[in-house]
Design a protein around this ligand. Structure first.
Ligand code: ADP
Length: 606
């Protein structure tokens, strides 16, 4: 879609250019032209013209020591320097010259000023205003006369265009698309809804984690319904001066109403829509902006063709007044894509990329579990960049696989900094994870194991792949997952009888999982189905806060330690039983540095 910014900048530069032209004109060209009008000649020329009786009018200008005169016909004006010549007056008289004092007409300074400054400025301002109006109309915004554009909405306006984003460009989010297609239908045919007495929601809130395509969906609604699209970020409303944001909201709605039917999109609405907590010294500007938004949303009738879409990844922090019926009363979840969604997004993003026949998107989608649309787009782009780096003009499966690792774990470190012993420890650690995963029947198969250090700091990792979508996990699966996470450390202990710092990330993940099992999933016998924790930030990392007494907290901690210990023991037992395979696989990985899941299973099963 074409983005047309409000043309304030070109107008300002227009006025600067006009001032520059005027200055040039008045200070350089005008004096030069004036100079050019009067020809300077020598005294002897003056003399000979007197002799030839070719002098018309003469002005003897004593203070300037100049003589200004015209020829007989009065066509040209000349000037010459004064010479001490007492008979000059008599000779001039004889030659028939007329004495005058107004050869070069002196216009009054006021008139000169009016003509050379005020009039051109007025003309240029007129042209400027006309152009501004024209541009505004083209861009879809209304001309406004606010001083220096302060308090204007700055909304980016996307006009209808044939290459606008369509629903087909947004892959995977079928439920959200279905929900929003009703809006498109309404914008196409509002009469149908009005007739039956139905009114569209005024505001629709798109909620979901970052990078899932909320902005894209909003643009797609505009693209499908072929209406102007105003886009603004919540933070753009908040200004240094109290009242400015509110004024911007007013301006945005004024423009939107003029352009109806249209879509107004407010990204990151939590920047202005946060709960007003009434604390003294709160953010006055933000609260005023929010109040203005609430008032504006109440102010227009629901069927006037202005639909407001807003996106946020912190819906729980929004002010209840904003989400009440009649304002943002419809909530459309835009979740992370599932397996099928990921595959579709990859296909859509790879449309413009030249692909090798070997590319299997479903395998890539399985490997990139938990990735958002934006991350998948990034993976495809990284793969294309890698192909260019390797002087190929098509993207292969291995480009895509490598780029998943780049997105997850960063680039490969070229100069390995691991000592031989460290490399051995890392090899055992990774094989420990993989072996524990493989020996527990319910764990997902291993895709790849590598001990090439990455720029993110990971010294190696085991990539596990889910075969299908996983919406539910049983207690046993979760316990196995914890056992797999402890498998790395268990292998180090078994072989080297010591622990290293390499397991810190595993420990963090295992603890988090164990804690959730006890406090949120009701998987502890003592607490039964009582929630001890509530998730506060569902879409941004899922932070949780404890809501229980100090004694219960101590009990929770005890149970978490107990659970992790049991799984650690289980992992250690599995490895001890398969010590030979552990040695063999670790040695193989140590030599090869990267092995695939198939190679791993082959060695394990012989
Ligand atoms: P959000 O607003 O949810 O943070 P965006 O809509 O800005 O995310 O998405 C960022 C980028 O990610 C888009 O420009 C697009 O390239 C890609 N993307 C995200 N979701 C999808 C999807 N469902 N289909 C195709 N591309 C997507």
């Amino acid at each position: 879609m074409n983005e047309v910014k409000k043309p304030r900048k070109p107008i300002i530069s227009y006025y600067v250019a006009v001032m520059a032209v005027l200055l040039l004109f008045n200070f350089l060209l005008m004096p030069w032209a004036a100079e050019r009008q009067v020809k300077e000649v020598g005294y002897e020329t003056f003399m000979s013209m007197i002799d030839e009786k070719d002098v018309g009018q003469v002005e003897i200008d004593q203070p300037d020591n100049e003589i200004v005169f015209t020829d007989k016909a009065g066509e040209s004006i000349y000037k010459t320097g004064m010479v001490n010549d007492p008979e000059l007056t008599q000779r001039l008289y004889d030659a028939g010259a007329k004495f005058s004092s107004l050869i070069v007409e002196q216009t009054s300074p006021v008139i000169t000023f009016l003509l050379s400054w005020i009039l051109p400025i007025a003309i240029f301002i007129g042209i400027g205003q006309y152009m501004q109006k024209k541009l505004m109309n083209r861009a879809g915004g209304g001309a406004d006369s606010m001083i220096f554009g302060m308090g204007k909405s700055n909304a980016k306006i996307y006009v209808k265009s044939s290459e606008g984003i369509r629903f087909s460009d947004v892959a995977g989010e079928d439920e959200a698309k279905e929900n929003l297609s009703e809006i498109v239908d309404y914008l196409h045919n509002p009469g149908k809804y009005r007739e039956i007495g139905a009114s569209m929601p005024k505001g629709i809130l798109l909620v979901g984690p970052p990078g899932t395509g909320k902005t894209m969906l909003a643009k797609a609604v505009a693209g499908e319904s072929n209406v102007p699209f105003f886009s603004m970020s919540g933070s753009e409303f908040v200004e240094m001066f109290v009242g400015m944001g509110a004024s911007k909201v007013r301006d945005l709605f004024k423009q939107a109403k003029e352009k109806a039917p249209c879509i107004v999109f407010i990204d990151e609405i939590d920047a202005i829509g946060q709960k007003r907590d009434g604390r003294a010294g709160g953010n006055d500007e933000r609260e005023q902006t929010l109040n203005q938004l609430l008032t504006e949303m109440d102010g227009f009738e629901s069927n006037n063709g202005v639909i407001i879409l807003a996106a946020t990844n912190r819906p729980e922090s929004l002010d209840p007044a904003l989400t009440r019926p009649g304002r943002f009363d419809r909530r459309v979840p835009v979740e992370l894509p599932d397996l099928k969604g990921r595959e579709e997004i990859l296909k859509v993003r790879a449309k413009k990329v030249k692909l090798d026949e070997s590319v299997d998107f479903s395998a890539i989608a399985r490997m990139a579990s938990g990735a958002s649309g934006a991350e998948l787009a990034n993976i495809v782009n990284e793969a294309a960049l890698r192909a260019v780096r390797e002087n190929r003009n098509y993207v292969t499966q291995s480009d895509l696989e490598e780029s998943i690792e780049v997105v997850i774990a960063g680039y490969q470190k070229k100069n390995s900094i691991l000592t031989d012993q460290e490399k051995k420890v890392v090899a055992y650690h990774e094989i420990g994870h993989a072996l524990v995963a493989a020996k527990q029947s319910n764990s997902a198969p291993v895709q790849k194991i590598t001990i090439v250090p990455r720029t993110s700091g990971a010294l190696g990792y085991t990539m596990q792949v889910e075969e299908g979508n996983h919406y539910l996990m049983s207690q046993e699966e979760l316990e196995n997952k914890i056992a797999t996470l402890t498998g790395g450390r268990a292998a180090e202990e078994l072989v080297f009888h010591s622990s290293s710092t390499g397991a810190s990330n595993d420990i963090e993940q295992a603890t988090k999982l164990a804690r959730s099992m006890i406090t949120r999933y009701g998987m502890s016998k003592e607490f039964d189905m009582v929630a001890m924790e509530t998730v506060t930030n569902q879409y941004l990392g899922g932070d949780a806060s404890l809501s229980c007494s100090a004694e219960t907290q101590a009990e929770i901690d005890r149970q978490v330690v107990d659970l992790v210990k049991r799984q650690h023991k289980k992992a250690a037992d599995i490895l001890a039983r398969n010590k030979e395979k552990l040695d063999e696989l670790a040695q193989y990985l140590y030599e090869k540095e990267t092995i695939t899941g198939d190679e791993f299973m082959k060695i394990l099963n012989v």
